[in-house]
Design a protein. Structure first.
Length: 307
């Protein structure tokens, strides 16, 4: 094993996880030929064939699966080293990766960033928006703003807000489609999540409470659903704080729905990092407290249709 290039571990781990040179090259930002060459050089340096090459992809050999266990331990050690080094940083400067949902990013965080930039000009914020939870332990993100509290991992979790949900429709749609027989959804259509997002709280609530409702549109993002409500296509479950500037009518109030806590999550190794702490404190103090719908200071909710 003399002459092994430790950087080749990165390529080995990526191909082992994707089973594809194409996907690995896209993930790592290099050419497929580079990935193939680095894998071949790695196999030569350790004297083992780690992958079986097929037209359908790269598949680990028995030796490859055994080596993967050791490579992942090395990766865990390197990631721990990176987190530890970041935690030693006492200057609020550098890059911080923040993972959150698209609606929290566009409607809550980004509007407040000019004030953040004025306070911390040395911090470059990278915002990762996805309904898929980013792994903080793998450094996919340094800090996360989530509505689901994580239950595993070496994480520090802080409650920073409370998100309530209601069923809304546009004023025009509500006027054109009065309820039938006193049922709030009677005769009205709904804008729903697609099957790929059936795990979302709004999707599970609709499937449980109104399994036979009429569907006007299926969408894969909350901004698309809000746009559909605005266009008068039907009703949708929307977080209340997102409707403050909209001319929407609340059809089902939050006390008849569900709610979610908003959690600020950081890896325990990064709690001492000045730049990560600056981002976390800003999200808590400036963003959440400035929004009454999220901080719990909101006024009593009007009756359905009162808006």
């Amino acid at each position: 094993m003399t002459g092994m290039d430790w950087n080749d571990l990165k390529y080995f781990l990526a191909v082992a996880r994707t089973g594809s040179l194409t996907r690995t090259s896209a993930d790592l930002g290099v050419s497929q030929s580079t990935v193939g060459r680095r894998i071949a050089e790695f196999e030569e340096s350790i004297g083992m064939v780690l992958f079986q090459r097929h037209q359908t992809g790269y598949f680990l050999t028995d030796e490859g699966r055994e080596l993967l266990r050791y490579a992942e331990r090395v990766e865990d050690g390197i990631l721990a080293l990176e987190r530890g080094a970041a935690g030693l940083d006492k200057t609020p400067a550098g890059t911080v990766r923040l993972a959150t949902s698209e609606n929290l990013a566009t409607d809550l965080i980004i509007p407040a960033l000019p004030a953040f930039r004025d306070r911390y000009p040395g911090i470059c914020l990278e915002i990762i928006t996805s309904t898929v939870t980013a792994e903080l332990g793998r450094r996919e993100a340094d800090i996360a703003l989530r509505v689901v509290r994580p239950t595993r991992g070496n994480l520090t979790v802080r409650r920073v807000g409370h998100m309530t949900y209601s069923v809304y429709g546009s004023r025009e749609y509500i006027e054109r489609h009065p309820p039938i027989a006193g049922e709030p959804l009677g005769g009205r259509h709904f804008i729903a999540w697609d099957d790929g997002h059936a795990f979302m709280p709004a999707a599970t609530w609709l499937a449980r409470e109104y399994p036979g409702c009429k569907i006007a549109l299926v969408a894969s993002s909350l901004p698309a659903q809000i746009a559909a409500v605005r266009a008068g296509l039907g009703l949708a479950v929307i977080p209340d704080f997102l409707t403050m500037k909209e001319d929407f009518i609340r059809v089902i109030p939050p006390d008849q729905m569900f709610s979610a806590e908003v959690w600020l999550v950081t890896h325990a190794d990064l709690v001492a990092s000045a730049r990560v702490r600056a981002v976390g404190d800003f999200l808590t103090e400036e963003v959440m407290r400035a929004n009454p719908e999220l901080s719990g200071r909101q006024a009593p909710y009007p009756a359905p249709g009162a808006r």
